[in-house]
Ligand binder design. Structure first.
Ligand code: ARE
Ligand code: CA
Length: 461
């Protein structure tokens, strides 16, 4: 329960951070469905604050809810519905980033993206409606060693809802059920660490089944870096949990190939595989917010491609790919028009994106590895090879992956693959890879190409 993404066994979701609904609908049809993506995590769709005084319209205004009306910087309810339906029609599901721990920051007031007036100091959210009795008393989250402080106080000054109240639980469950009615297949729960598991359980229990049956997917944002009282395993019964230690470990592993063998470190308390939501970076830590520091991002493309391709080839967790926009300041919102509305995502002739959108999910070593992960799902990892700067491994008798950090490798490696001339997924089949009758793969990686190769059964040249 709560762990099924409802996408026919597909294995990878992508976070299209700050994309508009109209662009996501197009992307489902023109790219994601063809590559085997399971679904899209969308930015919070509900009404939020409009913050213009800080860096013009920071991305994080969307983490300050004003109501549950589906009208955000990404679009209105009609556009949202159209996106959900068009994506679903091509086998791609939508997962909503849901912000239900809190409403807007204290000291903020005005009009939200759907035109609702609010005043956080007066605890006034008339459209929900929420008022004083639905919030905890104002105190700062400032002691991660104390669960009461973490869960009942105000995270960065955000007015903290009291989910022990039946009324609040119902309002949140109504929001989820409205989205489920529209056809949404699951939810990221923002700041789950700051809510009591019992309260979340009560809310999730009130949610309807998604169409096709079964509970929606829930994945909980719990930043557990062994630095506080709250552990990811408190949330195992409620769905998947974000595994932020993996971000640190994979960055170290790529920067120092010697450590890749132990990239999933249960000694560190990392989540069990069937509960872990795994990613190389996310919208916070790629810009130094929540859990940041020394991670790999699109700003270091060569290493980033290796990190994501490796993660997709490996056999840990349920994977999420990050798709970003370029930024200089950590607060900077998405590429915008003169009126600060988000720019369209345009597609260049070579398949990359324009208008400032990075579209990492379209980079060949990332987008083409989705098919690999789908194909090898459920197989064991085998034939691990780890010498100098070359790391390689197989997945059952279905796939084989190799990378060479310095960009040079010429060797024969054992795999479990049937013999044949395979298509290299990473180069979109421009490179052919031969496997002999006893499963030995000819690995040839050259400095002038991507430092990665991957082959999978049934994809022959
Ligand atoms: C903004 C301003 C603040 C202001 C506030 C209220 O930046 O100065 O006080 O508004 O007016 C995002 C941004 C915040 C932003 C917020 C609201 O990152 O900067 O605040 O939106 O607009 C902790 C939480 C974790 C949280 C991270 C950021 O545990 O849940 O902090 N992550 C989620 C989202 C964020 C979002 C929020 C929560 C709020 O993914 O994008 O914030 O909805 C250790 C601890 C972690 C802790 C981390 C950072 O690693 O173990 O638990 O994460 O430090 O403090
Ligand atoms: Ca809370």
């Amino acid at each position: 329960e709560y762990t099924d993404p409802h996408c026919n066994g597909k294995q990878v979701i992508v976070h299209l951070f700050e994309w508009k609904w109209t662009d996501i609908a197009n992307e489902c049809e023109r790219y994601l469905s063809h590559k085997g993506y399971c679904g899209v995590q969308v930015s919070p769709p509900n009404e939020h604050t409009i913050i213009t005084k800080e860096y013009p319209r920071p991305w994080w205004e969307r983490y300050q809810p004003v109501s549950y009306i589906l009208h955000s910087r990404s679009g209105n309810e009609a556009q949202f519905k159209d996106m959900v339906q068009r994506c679903k029609a091509v086998g791609v599901r939508i997962y909503v980033d849901s912000v239900v721990n809190h409403m807007a920051g204290m000291g903020r007031q005005g009009t939200g993206t759907a035109g609702t007036h609010f005043d956080s100091d007066a605890y006034s959210y008339p459209t929900v409606p929420y008022s004083r009795e639905h919030f905890h008393d104002d105190c700062p989250v400032n002691n991660y060693g104390d669960p009461n402080n973490v869960r009942n106080c105000y995270l960065v000054g955000l007015s903290d809802l009291d989910q022990s109240k039946e009324y609040v639980r119902n309002k949140i469950a109504d929001y989820y059920n409205h989205l489920i009615d529209i056809g949404v297949a699951g939810f990221r729960i923002d700041a789950s660490k700051h809510m009591w598991p019992n309260d979340l359980e009560a809310i999730q229990a009130k949610t309807k089944n998604v169409d096709g049956g079964g509970k929606a997917l829930f994945y909980h944002e719990v930043i557990d870096q062994n630095d506080g009282a709250i552990k990811v395993n408190e949330y195992y019964d409620l769905g998947l949990v974000t595994e932020f230690r993996y971000c640190q470990k994979i960055a170290w592993g790529i920067n120092n190939f010697g450590q890749l063998n132990g990239v999933v470190d249960y000694g560190w308390g990392m989540s069990k595989s069937d509960r872990a939501l795994v990613f190389v970076d996310n919208h916070d830590n790629q810009r130094g917010h929540g859990g940041g520091g020394n991670l790999l991002t699109h700003k270091n493309p060569r290493n980033y491609k290796m990190a994501v391709a490796f993660t997709l080839a490996y056999n840990y967790g349920f994977t999420r790919v990050m798709s970003s926009y370029g930024f200089q300041s950590t607060d900077q919102g998405p590429p915008h028009n003169a009126d600060y509305s988000a720019k369209d995502v345009t597609i260049n002739a070579d398949g990359s994106c324009g208008n400032g959108w990075m579209c990492e999910h379209r980079w060949n070593p990332i987008g083409n590895m989705v098919a690999f992960r789908n194909k090898v799902a459920g197989t064991d990892l085998n034939n691990w090879y780890d010498q100098g700067d070359v790391v390689a491994f197989g997945r059952g008798n279905k796939g084989f992956f190799a990378m060479a950090k310095q960009g040079h490798a010429q060797l024969q490696l054992q795999s479990g693959m049937p013999g044949g001339s395979y298509c290299d997924l990473v180069t979109d089949c421009k490179k052919k890879i031969n496997v002999d009758g006893s499963g030995r793969v000819s690995v040839n990686i050259d400095n002038n190409e991507e430092p990665i190769i991957a082959i999978v059964v049934d994809v022959f040249t």
